[in-house]
Design a protein around this ligand. Structure first.
Ligand code: NI
Length: 158
């Protein structure tokens, strides 16, 4: 387990599309562990593999309800809408308003290679959409409505 360096906004790797994980090797489970360590160390609620320089379809999320690990996640359903502030560990000190679905249903693999279905509402739905966007090279700053603002200290970042 280790803390990895979080890549910032101007780094080209954050703009690339991530590759599907074909096999869950020890390197992949180590990456999952390191993503969680790095997210908690940075007080984030989510982190995606490209944010630590790995172009793999892997994200971790913990909005305060326990750790969720997603390998090769796909959104199966989404509904409703919510508009609120978002931040990102790759865009430190900033936040901005983004509209997201209020509900999403995701299929992914867990670290044992089992298919799992995860549903999220409100902040969980927002975090899932934000992190899955990272796998496509999309940052929330692409979607922000109005101005990017300076974040307050206690804002959650993803
Ligand atoms: Ni982010």
């Amino acid at each position: 387990m280790a803390i990895r360096m979080v890549r910032e906004q101007n780094e080209p790797i954050l703009r690339k599309k991530c590759k599907e994980v074909k096999e869950i090797t020890p390197k992949i489970t180590e990456l999952l562990d390191d993503l969680a360590d790095t997210m908690y160390e940075s007080n984030g609620v989510g982190l995606a593999a490209p944010q630590v320089g790995m172009l793999k379809r892997i994200v971790v999320i913990d909005i305060g309800e326990g750790l969720f690990e997603f390998i090769n996640p796909v959104i199966l359903e989404s509904s409703g809408s919510q508009t609120g502030n978002e931040g990102c560990l790759s865009v430190p000190g900033k936040m901005g308003q983004v509209t997201r679905p209020n509900y999403v249903k995701v299929q992914a693999l867990n670290r044992d290679g089992e298919t799992v279905i995860i549903e999220g509402e409100e902040l969980m739905a927002r975090a899932i959409c934000h992190e899955l966007d990272h796998l496509e090279g999309i940052l929330y700053t692409d979607l922000v409505e109005g101005e990017l603002m300076d974040a307050e200290e206690e804002e959650e970042e993803e």
